[in-house]
Write a protein that binds this ligand. Structure first.
Ligand code: ADP
Ligand code: MG
Length: 220
């Protein structure tokens, strides 16, 4: 489902070069439930952005759902990002002028599928926020905003979820609920998960864990 070969990504800041992802290879099959752990600055977010086609590598290849991200057209890439992939970003990214329900529905505006209000309400229920459908982000706690962003990632029925520290600012009970929801979507719908976390206990609940250290990836 995701195949990465000899992938490297270097950031340039002035004259300084910084290799955030260093020659990483990795294969994740459809229906897998995997985690990536590592210290802050080890390159986890960069690797996830590469997998999602949000940034381009300077070396190596990335294939997602059979498509080579360096080869496909911008339109195909946009369609892949909108429909095949669901992103949960490390930092909340809700539209402040839209309600919780409208935020969850936002990705459907750029896609053909028939998902609508009922599905969005159902997803809000699954993340425990059915009563907040009409609330604006500013009226929600950080953890609630995060759960809205989680619901939004599922609205277009993605095959793959890329989640960057999805439960980082949630209390333990809510974290367990969200992980339960992820597991449910994994088992019942076959959704493939790649979950970045620095919670090793949470990582231990996934089927396979990789560790990132200074841009290099190893099986943990
Ligand atoms: P993690 O998610 O593991 O904390 P990141 O992938 O965010 O790590 O960052 C890896 C390294 O790359 C860090 O040293 C960070 O400072 C650097 N970095 C990330 N994004 C950029 C950028 N846009 N420009 C320059 N350096 C960056
Ligand atoms: Mg990060």
């Amino acid at each position: 489902m995701i195949k990465i070969k000899d992938l490297s990504k270097t950031y340039r800041a002035g004259k300084e070069l910084f290799k955030a992802v260093d020659n990483v290879s990795l294969a994740i099959k459809g229906g897998e439930f995997v985690s990536i752990v590592g210290h802050s600055g080890s390159g986890k977010t960069t690797l996830l952005s590469l997998m999602g086609g949000l940034t381009a590598p300077e070396a190596g290849s990335i294939t997602v759902a059979g498509e080579d991200l360096q080869e496909i057209s911008d339109d195909r890439l946009a369609a892949l990002r909108n429909s095949t992939l669901g992103f949960i970003y490390q930092f909340a990214s809700l539209m402040p002028t839209l309600t919780a329900l409208e935020n969850v529905l936002l990705p459907t505006m750029y896609s053909k599928g028939g998902r609508g209000r009922k599905d969005a309400v159902q997803l809000l229920e699954e993340v425990g926020l059915a009563d907040k459908a009409g609330a604006y982000p500013a009226e929600l706690s950080g953890g609630q905003q995060r759960r809205i962003a989680i619901a939004r990632a599922f609205i277009n029925e993605p095959q793959i979820i890329l989640a960057d520290e999805p439960t980082g600012d949630l209390d333990e009970d809510t974290e367990a609920e969200i992980m339960g929801f992820f597991r449910h979507m994994n088992r019942e719908r076959g959704v493939t998960f790649v979950i970045v976390t620095h919670n090793t206990a949470l990582a231990a609940t996934t089927n396979r864990t990789f560790r990132m250290t200074g841009g290099r990836l190893a099986v943990a």
